[in-house]
Design a protein around this ligand. Structure first.
Ligand code: GAP
Length: 595
């Protein structure tokens, strides 16, 4: 529960975001639209910096990752194959009196029990497997537990008769719902309707006829385009497994309860990497064994890494990224999902959580998704998603018969499990799994994938929350006054340096300050400000998170002697320290500080 202090801090942060032009409510002049947000001038720069740094780290600084920019609307079969059409849903209840809708997992029944959906660290149900998460019953102190979370979940789901095959939008009867729990609207007391799976994808129609034939969806994640274009990218990029495809772009989810400012929005951006790797059996055939992860970062990627090492590597790389843009490790938590929380195809999922003022919540998920996604697209599209690996074929030929059998059996079992879980009947699944193992022996397999998937907007919110500080600073006369400051890392700061002529009515100062502005502008974002007392101008830039301020004064003009001529005052936002720097050295000094 957020206390008054954290609520106050969040309110101040939200108000600063609006006041300084970081984030505005979408369509505000018409009363706004819930779950949609616009980024103002400072927010747009901040967002751009964060996405550029992610792209530089994940794509440009590496040999083994390439980029993709796909469309938002894709063939609807993509969402059938991914599981989103059938299972990307929240359970929802409606109050017949006030018409409010609630996520079933967030309803507080009159009985006094509160239950919540266990997604990431008990915070957030997610992914195509959203409705598969177990419910937990939290019993208020002093009250006996009525039933365990597991029993409750079992009852809940069996009552709802949920399965992937069932159509969405089907309402269970009042009777069945009532046998599960008794819920009433927390505000008006109206009896909530039966729980109903509510698909989170935004539907639209392609072309002039709005019928079922022309249904399409706004993508709920950027990842699926990467899988759908896997073969094209592989064939055109001169990459081979292991390698990754990265994408940054908009995603849309018709969230039942958008909340916590931009944290859960209906339109947001994702930065996703799908990193394709060899199955462990291929690594074992080539290198004898797979390397096992230890503690900490596993170092530079090695050819004998299996999924566990790659997964650990990406978790550590992502934490390093957050540190590099100013989120200290102490503000983050890693949550390793428990086996019972994992989607059926996932081998491991780690959520990177940030300590927001309203609670510790997910920023990014890093999932080891096996070969599920590419296999699904192979089955649904009829196009092969397999690769040929000549190193594997050569290594396999040299294995003894016992080892061949052991690896082939293990591979075949994994494929059988995938096929049967995906709805293929037992007999054809066994036949196909055997054929897949024969393919492996010839050097063919469907790559497995590790997926680091981050939300841009959540990260922006985390960066703003983390940067927000209040302290004391001297005004022009040297008396202390309180200031609000955003302590952004210089790398992400929307404006890198502000240029101030000491007085705006002295043309020599103004002209020199503009020369300095023009010198720096091609290299960094600068803001020229000649309005008001210098202390006020500093305060404004502190609130904008500008890490450096450059003041052009009479010393710059050489009025106090030649030794200070063509020097400026460089002020550092956090320490408020000031140093004298030659204009001729300013670019180098600032570029070093911005690195
Ligand atoms: N492809 C995997 C995937 O989409 P996810 O956990 O559903 O996984 C990944 O989403 C990230 O996208 C989350 O960690 C979060 O940062 C962001 N995200 C998801 N839903 C969001 C929402 N409604 N509003 C803002 N960000 C969201």
């Amino acid at each position: 529960m957020a206390d008054a202090k954290t609520t106050d801090r969040m309110e101040k942060t939200v108000s600063l975001c609006k006041r300084r032009g970081f984030i505005f409510q979408s369509s505000e002049i018409y009363g706004g639209i819930n779950g949609f947000w616009d980024y103002g001038p400072l927010g747009a720069e901040l967002k751009r910096n964060v996405k550029d740094l992610w792209w530089r780290t994940m794509v440009h600084d590496r040999e083994d990752v390439v980029g993709l920019e796909a469309t938002i609307i894709m063939h609807p079969q993509i969402w059938k194959a991914s599981g989103h059409v059938d299972t990307f849903a929240d359970l929802m209840r409606e109050c017949p009196v006030c018409k409010k809708r609630y996520r079933a997992d967030q309803v507080e029944p009159r009985s006094g029990r509160v239950y919540k959906c266990l997604g990431a660290a008990g915070t957030d149900a997610k992914g195509p497997s959203r409705i598969e998460f177990p419910f937990e019953t939290i019993v208020p102190k002093g009250k006996p537990p009525i039933e365990s979370g597991k029993e409750r979940a079992k009852k809940f789901y069996s009552a709802l008769k949920l399965s992937a095959a069932e159509p969405f939008g089907e309402t269970i009867s009042e009777e069945v719902s009532n046998s599960v729990d008794f819920c009433s609207d927390p505000t008006c007391g109206g009896k909530l309707s039966a729980a109903r799976p509510f698909n989170l994808m935004f539907k639209t129609y392609v072309g002039p006829v709005a019928d079922e034939e022309n249904v399409a969806y706004l993508r709920p994640e950027t990842a699926q385009a990467i899988f759908a274009q896997f073969k094209n990218v592989l064939e055109t990029s001169r990459q081979k497994v292991p390698f990754g495809i990265a994408q940054v772009g908009k995603a849309f989810r018709n969230e039942v309860t958008p909340r916590n400012f931009t944290f859960r929005s209906r339109e947001f951006e994702q930065m996703e990497l799908e990193f394709f790797i060899r199955p462990d059996e291929a690594i074992e055939a080539i290198y004898g064994s797979v390397a096992k992860p230890g503690i900490g970062h596993p170092g530079e990627p090695q050819p004998n890494w299996g999924w566990e090492m790659w997964h650990k590597y990406w978790v550590e790389e992502r934490v390093r990224f957050y540190e590099s843009i100013g989120l200290p490790r102490t503000t983050l938590e890693e949550y390793w999902q428990k086996p019972e929380e994992l989607a059926h195809y996932a081998r491991a999922t780690v959520d990177i959580l940030f300590k927001f003022p309203f609670g510790t919540q997910e920023l990014e998920g890093i999932a080891a998704r096996s070969d599920f996604d590419l296999s699904q697209h192979e089955r649904f599209s009829g196009n092969s998603m397999g690769v040929f690996d000549d190193e594997l074929r050569a290594a396999w030929a040299k294995l003894d018969e016992g080892r061949k059998k052991e690896l082939a059996d293990r591979y075949s079992q994994a494929r059988y499990k995938y096929l049967t879980k995906s709805g293929v009947a037992l007999e054809p699944a066994a036949k196909e799994a055997k054929e897949d193992a024969e393919g492996l022996a010839k050097g063919q397999y469907i790559p497995h994938v590790i997926e680091p998937s981050a939300g841009v907007d959540r990260l922006i919110l985390a960066l703003i929350c983390n940067a927000y500080a209040e302290d004391q600073a001297p005004d022009e006369k040297g008396s202390m006054e309180s200031r609000v400051v955003l302590r952004f890392h210089p790398r992400i700061a929307p404006i890198k340096v502000a240029i101030f002529p000491l007085l705006k009515n002295r043309p020599e100062l103004v002209s020199k300050a503009k020369q300095v502005r023009d010198l720096l502008r091609p290299l960094m974002t600068v803001f020229y400000d000649d309005g008001g007392a210098i202390g006020r101008r500093y305060r404004r830039q502190d609130e904008a998170g500008t890490p450096f301020g450059v003041t052009v004064d009479f010393d710059t003009l050489g009025e106090k002697g030649p030794e200070l001529q063509d020097t400026v005052t460089l002020r550092e936002r956090d320490s408020m320290k000031q140093e004298r720097v030659k204009i001729s050295e300013l670019t180098r000094v600032l570029q070093e500080k911005l690195r």
